[in-house]
Structures are given as structure tokens and as C-alpha cells.
Design a protein around this ligand. Structure first.
Ligand SMILES: [Cu+2]
Length: 455
């Protein structure tokens, strides 16, 4: 532990001094600078508790950038936890240092310290998001990233009149770090959240939440772009607006083949941009979200609402609720996801690499490992190819780059260790997983011509 802390502070110092160099370059118009102060704050929701958030707002600030921009974000950690920020979905071409998962690319920012994330927005436009990437801090440390197309480049869909972010989240009345510590200690599934939120607000179906309701005002006849982010920790969510269809135009900062739907389904971490036309009789309409879960796993099944309100309609008009798919509507989920297709036009081609150099086969599973502190002596553990990841004490990229041995093994297997019937009957075998920090190197592939010889 001592070693780890020492090494981490050394690297932090080293990297910050590099950035001072960068920052002294003359500011050019394409560089976006942001200052993030991560502070502990008191929540404004009905169970009041201290939360970690950015710049005192919940959700945190939206980052606006344009495709091609260089973005600098200075993060100062005033929280009691060491933390890092992940720019979720942003392609960090040859720039893994800025990616942000703690101990994967680099050590987290220590309490009281600062770090400047420096990255370019390349070949992406649309909605992404950022979040804390350590412990469960992302329950409150998150916000949207809006990437506009290059100057002068229109959207490949009708220009909306206005746009709004709809950031879906999960809220726990108790402290999230206490919850996750308990989960790890006792080996039980985490307690489900107490509410879902839209832009940090649970809406009027929850007690004492009348004033914690997000409302968006619309002009009759106009079209709006909703940038929807699922920042929930665990729940895949349905989202719908009473009386209004949505046209999906973009997923995860990639333009999609437009299609119209009454409800969308959005997984944690995903983003979806939709167009909504205010073409119904002027009134107040609920937007609502609730989880999809078709396995026997407990979820927070409560419905979060926000309000779509036509201009001039008084707040006394009770809004109508949308018809959301049933919580276990597998058919809706399958049919919805089958409609998600890349726009794939000459201007926005779907660049899927066709030659495959290497085939990898992963089983994603839940195992059961011994756990002395757990209630029944075992705990459920996620695994890939039966290996449960052990968080290293220093960043994996740092270990790789600085040639520090003993941090990881580069022997992650490309197929399951023991073949079994992957889609078949329940397992009776030993469910134990092997623990390790094991990686697979993908960088130095054998050239395709010689690959044939080796097979
Ligand atoms: Cu992420």
C-alpha cells in the first residue's frame, strides 16, 4: 500500500508537469477549457444527504464541444475520496491516459489534488457523457457531453428548433459508498435504488418531490431534439412521452437510421438522441422511465417522471402518463434493438473492419467464490472466461508504459478454460472463478499473411 501511494504521487507529479507545458501554449479557438471542481454537497432531494458532485450541481455540468475540438478539463478533487473521471464513449485515439477508469489507465486524482484531462474529439458527434470511474461515485458524479458537428455541417436530419438533455439516473436515500462496501463485505446483491431521476429529479410521483420535477416547455408545432443519457448504475430503462412518438436519430454519438417509436430502451452508459414534434393538443404530458428486467433479479421498478409542457398551459393541468412497455417485455426489447442501425450514408459510413485477424471467444458469467465475511460464506462474482478481475494497485497503462512488472499478466485466454454447453441446462459444476489481473495484448497482431501458417 505504501509503495502504491508513493508510486501514484510520483506519477501524478510527473504528468501534471507535462500538462503545465501544454497549458502555456497560446489558447486557440478550437480548444475548449473547462474547470471541474469536485465537491461534497448537500442534496436537494427529499432525503437529504451529503453527495459528491461537480461544481455544486446535480447532475454535473454539460460539456459542450465540436467535432475536431481539443478539450482540456481541469479536475480538482475536493471530495474525501480519490477519484477519476471517464469521458464515456469518447474515442481516445492513442490517448489512453485521458480515458479515466481508475487503476486501469492511471491512478485516481487524490483528495486535494488536480489533474487536467486533455483529449481531442475525433470522428464523433452527438451525445456522450462523463462520470466518476471509481467506487460507486458515479451515482452522483455525472453529466452530459454534447458534441456538435463541425462548423457549417448540418445534422443529417431536420434541424430541431431547440434541444434538451434528459439524463436518467438512480437515487439512493442512503450513502452509496456504504451500500457498495456492504455488498462487498456480505456478498449480497446491492439494495435497489429508491428512485430513478430525470436530470437529478424524481418527479411528482415520489413523496415530497413536487418541486424536484424536471419540466420542459415546448411551442406547438416545433420539433425538439432530446439528448437522452442513461446514467443509472444498474437499470436498463424504458423511456416514453405520453401522446408523442419519438424518432431515434443517434445512438452513442453515431448517427442512426431514423425510425419512429413510442418508447425507447436504453442501457446504463448508453445515449440516444430522439426528435420529438410538439404536434398534440396543447397540454401537459408526462415523460416517464422505468426499468426493463426479464430475469428474476430484483430491480427498482418505480417510475420517474418529468413534464413536457406546451407554452401557455397552466401548471394546474394534470399531466397524462405514457404507456411504457411492461417491465418484462422481452419482445419489445428485441424488436427495439433490432431497429438500431448505423445511418451508413456516404458521408457517415459504417466503418466496420471486415478482415478479422483473430477470433476471441468470451463467456460472461457469474460464479460463486468463498468469502469469509459473507453471510453464507460465499459471494457471487462476475467473470470473463471464468476469470474475476482483481483491481491492481497502480494503473495498468502506467505499468505497461513504464515497464513495471508484477502488476498484471498478459495471458488472458481467448477462449473459455473449460468448454461447456453455453446456452444449455443449469450448471452443476464447480462455480468457483479464478482471480487475477490478466490482460490480452491486441496491439502486436501477427500479420495476416503469416497467420495462415500458424493455424
Ligand atoms: Cu464510462
Amino acid at each position: 500500500m505504501e509503495m502504491h501511494n508513493h508510486w501514484c504521487s510520483a506519477s501524478l507529479f510527473l504528468i501534471i508537469s507535462c500538462f503545465v507545458g501544454f497549458l502555456s501554449f497560446p489558447a486557440d479557438a478550437a480548444v475548449k477549457k473547462n474547470q471541474f471542481d469536485v465537491v461534497k454537497n448537500v442534496s436537494r432531494l427529499c432525503h437529504s444527504k451529503p453527495i459528491v458532485t461537480v461544481n455544486g450541481t446535480f447532475p454535473g455540468p454539460t460539456i459542450y464541444a465540436r467535432e475536431g475540438n481539443r478539450v482540456l478539463i481541469n479536475v480538482t478533487d475536493y471530495a474525501q475520496y480519490n477519484l477519476s473521471i471517464n469521458w464515456h464513449g469518447l474515442k481516445q485515439y492513442r490517448n489512453g491516459w485521458a480515458d479515466g477508469p481508475a487503476y486501469i489507465t492511471r491512478c485516481p486524482i487524490k483528495t486535494g489534488h488536480s489533474h487536467t484531462y486533455d483529449f481531442n474529439v475525433t470522428g464523433q458527434r452527438g451525445t456522450l457523457w462523463w462520470h466518476a470511474h471509481i467506487l460507486w461515485l458515479r451515482a452522483t458524479v455525472y453529466g452530459a457531453i454534447v458534441i456538435m458537428p463541425k462548423e457549417g455541417t448540418p445534422f443529417p436530419f431536420p434541424q430541431p428548433y431547440q434541444e434538451t438533455n434528459i439524463v436518467l439516473g438512480e437515487w439512493w436515500n442512503s450513502d452509496v459508498e456504504t451500500i457498495v462496501n456492504l455488498v462487498n463485505k456480505l456478498g449480497l446483491p446491492p439494495q435497489t435504488s429508491d428512485a430513478h431521476t430525470i436530470n437529478g429529479k424524481p418527479g411528482p410521483l415520489f413523496p415530497c418531490s413536487e418541486k424536484h420535477t424536471f419540466a420542459m416547455e415546448v411551442d406547438s408545432g416545433k420539433t425538439y431534439l432530446l439528448r437522452i443519457v442513461n446514467a443509472a448504475l444498474n437499470d436498463e430503462l424504458f423511456f416514453a412521452i405520453a401522446g408523442h412518438n419519438m424518432t431515434v436519430v443517434e445512438i452513442d454519438a453515431v448517427y442512426a437510421k431514423p425510425f419512429t417509436t413510442q418508447a425507447i430502451l436504453i442501457a446504463p452508459g448508453q445515449t440516444t438522441n430522439v426528435l420529438v414534434k410538439a404536434d398534440q393538443s396543447p397540454s401537459r404530458y408526462f415523460m416517464a422511465a422505468r426499468p426493463f428486467m426479464d430475469a428474476p433479479i430484483p430491480v427498482d421498478n418505480k417510475t420517474v417522471t418529468a413534464i413536457l409542457q406546451y407554452k401557455g398551459i397552466p401548471n394546474t393541468v394534470p399531466p397524462t402518463l405514457p404507456q411504457l412497455p411492461a417491465p418484462n417485455d422481452t419482445n419489445f426489447a428485441l424488436s427495439y434493438t433490432s431497429k438500431l442501425k448505423s445511418l451508413n450514408t456516404p458521408q457517415y459510413p459504417a466503418q466496420v473492419p471486415l478482415p478479422v485477424d483473430r477470433h476471441l471467444f468470451y463467456t460472461i458469467g457469474l460464479g460463486q467464490n468463498p468469502c469469509p465475511t459473507c453471510q453464507n460464506g460465499t459471494k457471487l462474482t462476475a467473470s470473463l472466461n471464468n476469470i474475476t478481475f482483481v483491481m491492481p494497485k497502480i494503473g495498468l497503462l502506467q505499468a505497461h508504459y513504464f515497464n513495471i512488472s508484477g502488476v498484471f499478466r498478459a495471458d488472458f485466454p481467448g477462449r473459455p478454460p473449460v468448454p461447456f454447453n453455453y446456452t444449455g441446462a443449469p450448471l452443476t459444476a464447480n462455480l468457483g472463478t479464478s482471480l487475477g489481473t490478466r490482460l490480452m495484448e491486441l496491439g502486436n497482431l501477427i500479420p495476416r499473411k503469416t497467420r495462415l501458417n500458424s493455424t
